[in-house]
Design a protein around this ligand. Sequence first.
Ligand code: GCW
Length: 712
Amino acid sequence: MSPGNGPEPVVDPAPHPAWLPDGALAAVGRRRVALRLPDLSGPARAIPSAGPDDSVVVGTLRAEAERATTVHGGVVVDPDDSPDLLLHLSPDLSGPAEGMSGARPGSPDGGFRFVRDGGRVAVVAATPTALLHGWFHVVRLGEAAFTGPDADERHAPAFALRVLDHWDNVDVHPVMGQVERGYAGGSIFYADGRVRDDLSRVTTYARLLAATGVDRVCINNVNVHAREARLLTDDLPEVARIAAALRPYGVRTHLAVSFAAPMTLGGLPTSDPLDDDVRAWWRAAADRVWATIPDFGGFVVKADSEGQPGPFAYGRDHADGANLLAEAVAPHGGLVHWRAFVYDHRQDWRDRSTDRARAAHDHFAPLDGRFADNVVVQVKHGPIDFQTREPVSPVLAAMPRTRVAIELQVTQEYTGQQRHACYLAPWWSENLAFRPWGGTGGDGDRVDGGDDARAVRDVVAAGGIAAVSNVGDDRFWTGHPLAQANLYAFGRLAWDPTLDPAALLDEWIGLTFAGSDGAVDPRLREVLHAVLGDSWRTYESYTAPLGVGFMVRPGHHYGPDVDGYEYTPWGTYHFADRDGIGVDRTRATGTGFTGQYPAPWRDVYEDLTTCPDELLLFFHHVPYTHELRSGTTVVQHIYDTHFAGVERVREMVAAWESLAELAPGAVPDDVDARVRERLAEQLRSAVEWRDQINTYFFRKSGIPDARGRTIY
Ligand code: GCW
């Protein structure tokens, strides 16, 4: 389908180990490891049917310890036989060391305790899954876990819910393929129109996720087509197989469901959320799901969006719709993730008053307080659609009485489709750190606010975080081997959104490229930082200037097409003419979108002189000669960044190529070959972007480049 899919995956039976090669477990594997369990006699039980239970994870812990020690020469010992690493499952985390440092008050999850005493480490947790997270914490630390000073720390996730959404189809969709916006081959869950027989790779995936922090996966596309809708009913036993493959690593299964299911699957004449038969249908459907999968997580819904059915057909609103499902899943402790990605995709481009950026807030903010407790309103990080640069969605700050989650896109739909190296953690981190009521702004400007110093990451504590996965059945999981860093960093930020993106990159490098002794060549480390560290800003510089988005080829969204969406119904315009460019979203003269923000941002964005440069064209329509805060004009900025962006990509290519001499053999040949192939395409594509964008604006404006470089 789209050109982003790249060549066929290399035929190799074993998937790439990603961030868990055996070498990554060298430090733990060399040691004496023990597992202390409360009164569990015999081997780990299979998951009982009584309800949510992760005791199967105990078996996983044993297997992890056995495998690591077997590979690296350590040994699994009795807990009383002075182990170097003790994994202790205990309902009482406080134990002998009360008053531990690092505890997060009000943490939604018990997490685990990490105690180091004279070089011996104990990890204590109340549930097997939390203990497993503790095990991977020690794995990540490597030797440092054992060599640091005595410590007693409590680690718990900042977000209650940490989800990866898969836009995987069971049937290959005629336009979108097996995985919608997937750039890494087929689905790890489905092939040939059904759930795969061999789901071992799904368990391997769950292992990778457990080593980061993600603990829930929605296994099918939010655009629920006819075939996929049946996962909820006829195919439940198959879904149960997927759940069984994820469970050993403490990962719960969610399903995307169609709001029209009572009609399409149940034969009812309506899907009206206030209809008694419809309510009964959903209750019965939920009962069957939990009877089959006792630890099932819940439903994800895209309703009244891009053609998906929803409550509007019955004159009902999104709270009515979400609460219908919430009522059905509540007896089972289930959740409903209800997406706020709702807008008119049949807009008239001639109409400059309708603003897609406004839509989610217009629909959802008035509903604050009406959603049931087990509903999570899932909000894309920006008001438009996962663009390279957007302001933070004002919906995140507008629903104080609702559990709100932030949604990110790990799959690189708009950021190079895993053909371009583009490390997104700095971008996500900026969004999570944004303070809607004042504080540090997107480009580091300080903007004073009121008393409320909360950041987005605080606002979404109860609703958590979700992201669209970038994984497929490609040997490297993610097409571009370096795109694994995005999945890793997402999981880690989901656990702790305050982590530094550069440090996370370093962590990922340390694990992924660990040699059999656990060590990584420092020159390789340096090169990977040079290639990836600033790659999101580099991508921004040769693609989308100053907050303008969607200058991409319609449909597949790869490569430049400045006017590709300009005269379409999708509501994503830049309004470039001979005099200027940008969308006037001010209250004074534009769509009024700035008014959806609380102070101070509503005023900062409104005013041309205070609006951050990087978002200028998102909020304002200005002449090409408008002088930015940086001192350069808009059109000169466009030229400069596009020329500079391509040079940066050349440097990325050169840095990677230098490895052959600097650190021969540090990267496996197959990884090297794939990365080289992708970097070559990134350079070709960056040149294409530069030349099209620069030429377009030169021709529109008639203003030459002040430095006389080649524009066509
Ligand atoms: O960005 C858009 C994508 C669609 C996707 C939609 C969404 C699943 O182009 O492919 O549909 O977002 O988030 O629902």
